[in-house]
Every structure is written in C-alpha cells, then in structure tokens.
Design a binder for this molecule. Sequence first.
Ligand code: S3P
Length: 178
Amino acid sequence: MKNIVLIGFMGTGKSAIGKILAEKLSFHFYDIDKIIEEEQKMSINEIFKKYGETVFRDIEADIILRLSKLEKAVIATGGGAVLRDTNVINLREKGLLVCLTASAETIYERLKNHTDRPLLQVKNPFEKIKELLNLREQFYKKADITINTENKTLEQIAGEILEKIKLTTIQSKNLIQN
Ligand code: S3P
C-alpha cells in the first residue's frame, strides 16, 4: 500500500486524522509542522517572524523530500505545502494525496481561538481564510482523493478515507489489467 499524504487547508484536521489513520494501518505518522518545530527548535510562528515565509517553505520542502522516500507512512503536510510543484511531485512518488476540505466558516470557527497560524494573525482572519482558499483551490484539486470533513467525527473521516483508498486502488488495478 502507498503512503497516505494528507493535504488541505489549515484546520481541516490533517494531524488528528493522520494519527488515527497511522494507528489503523500500523504505519508511522509524520507531522511535517511538528518535525520542523523540533528540528529548528522554534515554533512555526517564530520561524515566520525571524526568517519569513520563504525560509519556512525551504525548510518544509527539504523535510518533504526526505519523508517522500519512506514507506508505510502517513504524512500530514502543512496547508501551504502543495504550493510548490516539486513538493507535490515528491510526495506523489510513494504516496496517495488525500485532500481534506471544510468551508471558510467552519475553518474560521475551528481556528478562531488559535494563535499558532502566522498567516491568520491578521485583522480579519475570516477574509484571509476566504482569500487563501480561493488562491489555493487549484493546488488542493491535485489530490487523488478529496474528503469533506464537515459534520463528521474524526473516526468517520478516517473510515471514509480508507474506503476511498480501497476503491481507488481497485479501480487503478482494473485500468492496468484492461
Ligand atoms: C500553513 C499551514 C500551517 C503551517 C504554517 C503555514 C499554510 O499548517 O504549515 O502555518 O500556509 O497554510 P497547518 O495546515 O497544519 O495548520
């Protein structure tokens, strides 16, 4: 089975669902933001403040390149990881891209009391969420599987992902045989 790579906007549940999936599959779970913070010994907020977004994206790309070589992995990416084509190419090499989605309203509700997303530390975070969702739609569309996370439990979402992966795998096997 391929690696599972969770992509999607902030607040769509990539980390929480990634952990559940990894447990269910006995795969190893990798949370890119966590790895960045551990390796840099700094929070994402501090990295953005001290070095800026481009340096953060370079660090992110470097970790993605390393993780892309692993097997039996569930990888939770940061919401902006798919903005670089090379990241998408690397992650796809051994992984199936699963995009988690939610509406701007839901994302805002889920994140409004969090201060750990530097891109949303602005006057009007709801407008910023809508703006970024718009800009990023084309990148999230590159996923192999898309799952709406609205009004579902984490367990339900994880179950749905596994079902869809099974279907996608069967379909691609059939395509090869026919
Ligand atoms: C970002 C998403 C964050 C984190 C950083 C930038 C983004 O990860 O990587 O704050 O550009 O969308 P989550 O999606 O896990 O919140």
